[in-house]
Structures are given as C-alpha cells and as structure tokens.
Design a protein around this ligand. Sequence first.
Ligand code: AMP
Ligand code: GLY
Length: 426
Amino acid sequence: MTKINVLVLGSGGREHALSWKIAQSDKLGKLYCLPGNPGTAEVAENIAGSATDFAKVKEVVLEKGINMVVVGPEEPLVKGICDYFAADKELKDVMFIGPDKLGATLEGSKDFAKEFMVKNGVPTARYESFGKGDEERAREFMKGLTPPYVLKADGLAAGKGVLIIDDLDEAMAELEQMFSGKFGDAGNTVVIEQFLKGIEASCFVLTDSKDYLLLPEAKDYKRIGEGDKGLNTGGMGAVSPVPFYTEEFKSKVEERIVKPTIKGLAEIGAKYCGFIFIGLMNCGGDPYVIEYNVRMGDPETEAVMTRIDSDFLGHLVAAAKGELASEKMVYSPKTALTCVQVSGGYPEGYAKGYEICGLDDVKEAIVFHAGTSVKDGKVVTSGGRVLAITALGETIPATREKLFTEVAKVTYTDKYFRSDIGLDVM
Ligand code: AMP
Ligand code: GLY
C-alpha cells in the first residue's frame, strides 16, 4: 500500500483533533501541519507559515511530497486556495479536502447562502437582504417581523456578524451602524430574518460532490457563561451524540437538507470535496438551517473525531477520489464531551503567556491544544481559547464526571471554563 503524506492547514483545536485522527491511520506516511500548535506537534511535524499564504503552501507541498491537503479554517477556502491548487499544474493532482471559492461562498456570504437555500427548497428562516441605499425598505421589513430581530452582516465577520435584539428601536439603531460600516465591507449587505425558536444542533457532512458520509452530530455551547448567558464565543464546549437528534430527525435532515444541498452545489458547478457543517435549529421536531460552514466546527471536531472508529484518512481518500458511495463511517455509541479552557477575559481582552501546568497528569481525557505555544521549553497560553479537553464515556453524567476531574488537573493563571457542558441535554 502506498502511504499518503498529509498536510493539515490551520492551528486550532480543530486542526489538532483532525491531525490526531488522521495520525491513527495505517494509510498515513508522514503528517505535517501548517502552522499547527504544540498539540499538533505531538502527532505531526509543524511547519511555520500562514494557511492563507498560498505560495508558501505550494512550496511545502512540493518540498515534502504531500499527497493530500486538508484545510481546517474557512479563510483560505473563501480566498480560493482550492482553485489555486486546481489551476497549478504542479498541484492539480494533489488530493484536496475543501471546496472551491464558489462552494465556500456558502459560508462567505450569508445572502448567497439564503438564496441558495430558498432555490433548493432547504428549510430556513424567512428573510430579506438589503444593500446600501435600501435602508428604508430594511426598516419597513423589520417592522413587519415579530421580535427578537435577527440581523446578519453578509460577509465573514469573525463570528461577530450576527445580532439578535429584542427591542425594535435598538435593532433599528444597530441596522444603521451596520450600514455605516460597523463590520466593514462584511456589512455592505445585511440579511434580516425571522427568529427561529428551538434548540440548536450541528450536522457534519463529508461530500465528494455526488455522495456523502454523515459524521456524528454535535451540539456546541456558544456563550461564555453557564446556562448559555453572556457574550458569544467561538464555542466553549461540545457534546456528541445529541440526545434529541433522533433517527427520525436525522432522516429529515438528510432528506430535506443534506441531499438538496449537495445537488444544489453540483448544479451551480461548485467543486466541492470537503466538509459541510450545517447549523440547525430543531423547531418542534423539524430541522431548519441557520447557517452553512464549509469546514468542520471548533470545538465540535474535538468531540466528533473521538467518536469515529473507522479509518478517517481512508474516508478522506475516498472523498478525494469521488468514491464515497461505497464508504461507511463507523461511530462509537459512546458520549464525547469537550470542555474548552479559555483565558480569563475572553471573548474580550485577555492576557497571554501564562505557563500551563498539569498537562501530563491528564490520563482519562484527550487534551487538544487550541491557543498554546512553547516559550523557554514550557507550554504557555497564547490565545483566547487555550485547550479543548475531551472525554469519552458511557453516559453524559459519567462522562461529565470523568471530564471535569481531568479538567481540574490543568492549571494556569485566570483559567476559565464552563462546567455545565452536557448538562442541558441529560
Ligand atoms: P451564525 O453566525 O449564523 O451561526 O449565528 C450565530 C448564532 O445566532 C446561531 O448559532 C444562533 O444561535 C443564532 N441565530 C442565527 N440566526 C438565527 C435565527 N434566525 N433564529 C434564531 N437564532 C438565530
Ligand atoms: N463552534 C462553531 C464554529 O466552529 O463555527
């Protein structure tokens, strides 16, 4: 069997989890991560650089004899890295996991995503989009909705571009600010939509443009505070499986959302070999799409990867070859829980550079690194989200007990985490 050299792009907990899973495959030759972090360094060779520096990525691919590139974050995809590979005669035969620029627009533009959903009959909240000069119509549309009001900047806004506001006057004032450049160019178009009441879950799909595999579903914990209070974050934890994500709900998601999405992508001519992460709202047992992402979720990946028992790299190879029709993904029936340890102050300002102690004492959970670096031979904090500690167990209560015992072993100045991960779905 020829071994495959893989390059994972990105540097967070998601990329550590992807690398950790890929490293378990007997198909793997050598694994590299660009730029990676001290966690990926345990399973891969890190290479300095930026995932959006396409020329650097090319240089690494050629120099290291890379056979497959797996893209973690959305930014290089939205900027067209897949197209860059397809157009380069030295790179075009490298297996590539991530959609082209057109496919990535599903995440890069909320207006595009909403229009795509409506055109393909994918259930989503009623909406309208407004550009500059359309302020009056936008205000009228908003007056016709019932609160809370949901305002979304069209473009990528580092996860901050969605506002949910109870008061109409306040919503009007925010709308004004969005049109005046609060989110820069990302807010040149604003999507206003109906508020969906329900409980959220995420569906993860690996597609080769024709067929697909479903990864385990997950639910994340977006707010900074316990009980889902306070500011939005990149994600404070995750649980998989999700108890309310029943076989019936799953089949509705497949029939009403996954299949029309893949068909719709093929119809617009997108080259889509990669992940689709579909943010869902379960409204009384029926799934609605809140958003598409063209990558895996973070920290959902950290939970999901620990539940995949089949050869994940084998699935990626099948996707790259357009052979997913005959693949089967095997999941563990166990519960995975991820708890994200953050720097005090996050998601606002926080300090960096604190030494992290106790990492080697964690024996019953997996420590995925997110915002860490090495300074004078010590692992120190270097980001808002620092570690994503993940435990696997038989039930949610048993897994919570195991997880939080392990979480307590890791210490650094001003460490914060949510201790209610999984509690709401027990
Ligand atoms: P997004 O960045 O699109 O994922 O939105 C961020 C969060 O806002 C989502 O995870 C939901 O919690 C919430 N959200 C977005 N759109 C809606 C909606 N139409 N109804 C209710 N909540 C929403
Ligand atoms: N955890 C949400 C995301 O990755 O977008």
